[in-house]
Structures are given as structure tokens and as C-alpha cells.
Design a protein around this ligand. Structure first.
Ligand code: HEM
Length: 501
């Protein structure tokens, strides 16, 4: 149906924190976990705290684009956002917070969901172990380390006078050229994000419809979703509708304070890079004979669902093709409907698990109506990802030995995402899709990147990219290369809600 911009909500761009819908531009990011020592001083500090709004982020993005048109010089983009744990909202005496119903995951914290998510026991966590004194996190971003430090000293210090104390910190850094924006296994990250309906001014859509594309897409393959999926107080998706375009009811905030805010999920995910590379080689050797012999590079792409350039396997079935990779118009222009049997992109490939697009659960011959209804359901489980890499680059010694220098040299992804339902979005994807061997089809296996399992044998049914022969799909067993080392659920309120405390 044609897009009617005026029917989409107008965002209060001064009020919504910038990281949620736009993303704070960043090369460096510090997550500073804090406790509130003195609620009165902290509230006074909040009143004058310069938080980066969606409006500032939009302006920064325009400045970066304008600079890019001239040269690659980095533009200073200091950013600061804040989010609170449930105990943080209680400490601040947010009205009605103790009577808040639902939102069990947020209220009880990530560690309480260990059995649901199949996370490692908290005794093994390296950070963010449950702590009632953990009240919140400052998200500080910049184009350089110096810029981040500048924000800390200009806006956050002195901690004591401002009523807070640092408990712990995680430092993220974008990887160096030419792998800027790639995660540590080497694949372009942040390629696919949901398109969002809504306006930033009377007649200006936040995500305009791309020329030559469809009315329901912000870019080729980037479906436009209702913003209540990511910020409270706006209409959300309608999972039971015949089409994902049909608006669902408003996502009402659990308490008024939460209007125009979002939950933030933070997880420290260590990546065992040499072990991943060794496993990719072993897995490709296991299918080394016959028509579907896959070299390690292809096998790695099958585990992710994209090549290192970001090109989707569906668009580049047998070799990487930068012309459809990250930052190209066709990076997200694909569905799985022409590969229902998972012969090109395995059903369990990370991107196919995390966002199955037009896949239909346990049905490889669906009709159009079934596909459309399945898409409407799938679009109610999306998330706005805002992760960044952490840790040093792989050393030559680690590469040669095939072993990460554990403890000293951990590296990985500081995973962050914004949602309005932790249970139905982040947890659903992790628990019902990534960790489950029969999603999307029976015998798919678990997500080789983020799937968690109590068993050490992790099934992964590969693809048969050359023969396209169903009988030739390999049954592989992989070890785990990603280890969850701690995390927590937070809430990022609107800026006026904080000032009014
Ligand atoms: C160390 C851990 C992880 C690594 C290395 C990783 C890597 C990647 C890569 C390379 C992509 C493809 C590029 C892109 O579209 O951005 C991707 C996409 C994605 N990942 Fe992850 N990821 C990790 C953790 C997670 C977690 C914990 C979740 C959520 C439970 C998640 C959800 C997604 C989603 C939703 C997409 C987009 C799929 C799409 O729209 O096509 N990822 N990830």
C-alpha cells in the first residue's frame, strides 16, 4: 500500500536519546557502569547534564556525510547517553516504579535469565555480575579516545560531587582500516538494521523511501517498521496481521516515566578468533570431497550468511562480491524465498537465524499468504543493534598457535541493542531462534555464531552451494567460538523525563 507519511508519528527529536533510533556516531565507546551514591546530588547533576539527543545525532550524521563527500577526515562527534538498571530507577525514586508490572526480565536482571538464554553461570562471568548497587551506565562515544575522555571530564566529572561512583568499565573500539566496522571474525557488522517509520519534521520522514524501491522499504530489502518496536509511546508492529505493514497498537510505556525511552541490552561477548578460523578450516575439510567442496572462506560465509565484505550469500552464492557488500545499495536486497531448502545459505547461518526474513517455520513450500503472515510475525522480533568491537587485534602468535591468549587477550563484541520488549525481541531471538536446532526448519542446527547450548556438540547443517542437491547438505558439529562473559538490562529514558526527576 502507498506510504502515507502524515499517518506516521512525529518524533520529539529533542527528547529521545540519540543512540536509540539514530545511533551515536563512534570510533570509540566507553560503557561506564556506575552506582548512585547520593540520589539528591545525582538528580541535580542530571538537570544540567548535556545528553546527546536524536536531533544532535541526525545533525552529526549530516556533518559526517558532508565531510565524507570531501575527504575521509574524521569529524568530532562527542556523544553521551545514559541508561538505568531497575535498581537505578528505584534509587532515583521514579514515580510508580515499584508497582511496575510485567517487564520481568528488566526487573530481575540478565543473570536471572540464565536458564532461559542458556548463558554461562554467573560465577564464570567476567563483568556485570548481579549487583544491586549497579544503577546505570554512561554511554560515552567519540571519534577518538581523546574525545571520549574530553566528554568524561567536561560532562561527567567530578563523580563524587555529582553523586555517582564508577563500578566498572568496558571500552569498545572500531577496528582499524581496512576492517573498520567489521567484527573480530572479520565480517562487516551493522549492515542490516530495521527501517523505521516516523517523521523528524512535519513532512520529513526519518527514513525516506528509497527511489526505485518499494513503498514499504527504506532501502532495498530494508522493511519499514512501526517505531513502537524501539521506542515507547508509538505504534508498534502487529504480529497477527496478514502483512507487516499493518500498524499495531501503541507500545505503551509500563510507567509514564518510560515514555519515549527504550530498554537497552548490554552483553560482553568474547570471540575466540583463531579457534573460529581453525574450526572453519576443519568444517570445510569435512566436506572436502564431492561437488560441494567448500573452502574455509566459503564455510565461514555459510556460518554468518554473509561474506566478509557484507555481501549476502544469497546475492553472492559462491564467492565474495564487494559490489553487493556493505555500503552498497544491494547489501540488504535479499530474501530467502528462492532458497527455501537452505542450499545456498544454511538455515542456521547467523543472519538467517537472527532475522529470517520471509522464512516460514517448518514449511519449505509456503504459499504467499503464509509467507506474508510469517513476515508480520518475524518483524515483531527485530532489534536496533548498536554493538562495537572490543579488545586488541589478533597477534601473530595467536594466529600461528590457533589459540586465543585467554585472559590477557580477550577480544569480542560489546553487544548492545534497543527494544521495547526484552522478552519478545532480544530474548526471543536468542532463545527461540538462535539456540534452537529445529528453527527455522527441522534439523537446521543452532546458530554457529551466537547459539548457546548445554551440549558441547553443536549441530549445523551446511549448504550445498555448488550441486544444489538436498542430499549433499553436510551435517556438521561445531564448537562454540563466542562466550558470553556478562551483561545487564538497562532502560534509556527520554531526556525531559530525566530532567523532571
Ligand atoms: C560476538 C557475537 C556476534 C557476532 C560476531 C555477530 C556478527 C554479525 C554479523 C557479521 C552480522 C551481519 C552483518 C549485519 O547485518 O550487521 C550480524 C547480523 C545480525 N546479528 Fe549478530 N553478531 C553477534 C551477536 C549477536 C547477538 C547476541 C544478536 C542477538 C541475539 C545478534 C543479532 C543479529 C541480527 C538481528 C543481525 C541482523 C540480521 C539481518 O538483519 O540480516 N547478533 N551479526
Amino acid at each position: 500500500m502507498p506510504r502515507d507519511i502524515t499517518a506516521e508519528p512525529l518524533f520529539p527529536v529533542d527528547d529521545i536519546q540519540g543512540d536509540i533510533l539514530t545511533g551515536l556516531p563512534k570510533r570509540h565507546e566507553h560503557l561506564m557502569f556506575f552506582t548512585i551514591r547520593d540520589a539528591a546530588s545525582f538528580k541535580a547533576f542530571l538537570k544540567s547534564l548535556d545528553l546527546t539527543s536524536m536531533k544532535t545525532c541526525l545533525k552529526d550524521r549530516d556533518t559526517i556525510a558532508a565531510q565524507k563527500a570531501i575527504n575521509d577526515q574524521l569529524v568530532p562527534t562527542p556523544g553521551l547517553n545514559i541508561a538505568f538498571s531497575f535498581s537505578g530507577l528505584q534509587k532515583l525514586g521514579v514515580p510508580q516504579v515499584s508497582a511496575m508490572t510485567g517487564a520481568e526480565a528488566y526487573k530481575n536482571g540478565m543473570a536471572s535469565r540464565q536458564a532461559t538464554l542458556l548463558d554461562p553461570p554467573q560465577a564464570q562471568w567476567k563483568t556485570l555480575k548481579p549487583d544491586a548497587a549497579l544503577h546505570g551506565v554512561f554511554i560515552v562515544t567519540g571519534a577518538s579516545h581523546a574525545e571520549v575522555v574530553d566528554v568524561i571530564s567536561l560532562r561527567l566529572a567530578p563523580a563524587q560531587t555529582n553523586g555517582w561512583r564508577l563500578l566498572s568499565e568496558e571500552v569498545g573500539t572500531v577496528r582499524p582500516e581496512p576492517v573498520v566496522g567489521h567484527e573480530h571474525f572479520g565480517y562487516a557488522d551493522g549492515v542490516s538494521q530495521p527501517g523505521v517509520r516516523g517523521r523528524i519534521a512535519a513532512t520529513t520522514p526519518f527514513h525516506p523511501t528509497v527511489a526505485g524501491g518499494q513503498d514499504n522499504q527504506a532501502a532495498l530489502g530494508q522493511d519499514l517498521l512501526w517505531p513502537g518496536e524501539f521506542v515507547f509511546g508509538f505504534p508498534g508492529q502487529n504480529p497477527g496481521a496478514p502483512s507487516f505493514e499493518i500498524k499495531g497498537p501503541d507500545k505503551a510505556p509500563p510507567i509514564p516515566f518510560m515514555n519515549h525511552g527504550a530498554y537497552l541490552v548490554v552483553r560482553r561477548l568474547a570471540q575466540f578468533v583463531p579457534e573460529f578460523n581453525a574450526s572453519v578450516k576443519a568444517a570445510s575439510a569435512a566436506v572436502a570431497t564431492g561437488a560441494d567442496q567448500a573452502d574455509p572462506v566459503l564455510m565461514g560465509a555459510q556460518m554468518v550468511g554473509r561474506w566478509k565484505s557484507g555481501a549476502a550469500l544469497i546475492n553472492a552464492p559462491t564467492e565474495d562480491d564487494r559490489s553487493v557488500g556493505d555500503n552498497t545499495p544491494r547489501a540488504n536486497a535479499f530474501e530467502f524465498g528462492d532458497d527455501r531448502q537452505g542450499l545456498v545459505c544454511p538455515w542456521a547461518a547467523h543472519v538467517r537465524k537472527a532475522y529470517p526474513r520471509d522464512d516460514v517455520r517448518h514449511d519449505v513450500t509456503p504459499d504467499e499468504t503464509t509467507v506474508s503472515a510469517a513476515e508480520a510475525f518475524t518483524q515483531s522480533h527485530r532489534m536496533m543493534r548498536r554493538g562495537i568491537a572490543f579488545g586488541p587485534e589478533l597477534t601473530e602468535d595467536e594466529a600461528l598457535s590457533g589459540l586465543s591468549a585467554n585472559g590477557k587477550q580477550t577480544r569480542g563484541l560489546l553487544f548492545k541493542c534497543y527494544v521495547t520488549s526484552i522478552e519478545n525481541q532480544f530474548e526471543f531471538v536468542q532463545q527461540q531462534w538462535a539456540n534452537v536446532a529445529d528453527f527455522s526448519q527441522e534439523l537446521s542446527g543452532i546458530d554457529p555464531i551466537i547459539g548457546q547450548s548445554v551440549s558441547t556438540s553443536r549441530p549445523f547443517r551446511g549448504a550445498a552451494p555448488f550441486s544444489k542437491d538436498l542430499a549433499k547438505k553436510p551435517d556438521l558439529s561445531l564448537r562454540s567460538f563466542v562466550q558470553m562473559q556478562g551483561g545487564e538490562y538497562f532502560f534509556a529514558p527520554s531526556i525531559p523525563a530525566l530532567k523532571a526527576l
